[in-house]
Design a protein around this ligand. Sequence first.
Ligand SMILES: [Zn+2]
Length: 273
Amino acid sequence: MHPFTTTGLVVRTYDLGEADRIVTLLTREHGLVRAVARAVRRTRSRMGASLEPFAVVEVQIAPGRGRSGLGTIRQASSRESLARPLVADYPSYTSGCVVLETAERLAGEEGAPTPRLFVLAVGALRSLSQQRRPPGLVADAFLLRSMSASGWEPVLDCCVRCGAVGPHRAFHVASGGTVCVHCRPQGCAMLSPGVAEHLAALLAGRWEDVALSSPAVVRQASGIAAAHLQWHLERDLRSLPLVDRDGAHPAPHGTTHVTDHREESRARTAQIS
Ligand SMILES: [Zn+2]
């Protein structure tokens, strides 16, 4: 294979040996690409500075040979650095970490094109860096839309099992959406009024509707989105518990019926075992 040039979002880096760095990029045309940047830690190389998480870079990669299959990054130039504004604001940063981790997990096989996932991830990070919307909501919208792009959009307007038109109050994570009273299996989360509508508004990007949701609705919807994602990924996201879900709307004391994602996660684990 010949060297190729592509634009990618740096989703992860880790050090290799004394001077090298392995970089994982999410690209539009080649999906996930892992490659080595040689000697970037030995000198104050400009290439090293541009290959940090949250950076959008244009890279030239020589494909690897042998068992590792790791390519080598020959050139890298920064296209857009979102790291500085994100690192400066902790809620934006933690939501940004959720975006990177989710994007990496959802990208699937290395080399499989992921044009929509790339656009969604960069769009979410830009939105976080501009701080125009509450970071927790941007993360939730990204979780839902990236799952939709991967074929796992939660069903919210009808029964996911029999198709009966909703709205239905019960959400079954393992089934992937709301279920009617006749199909309702054990282990459903009962949605408070407005939660399904809030999730649908996040999916569609109707931010004016999202803004009207109560703190309790926002919180339960976050839990549902997280549980839905983690069920399909078959593992928990490390970065998710760090997101401050109360940043947008201070939660009133004594709020009940709140299902946070950790409870959801435990409920899901109980369903599996
Ligand atoms: Zn049904």
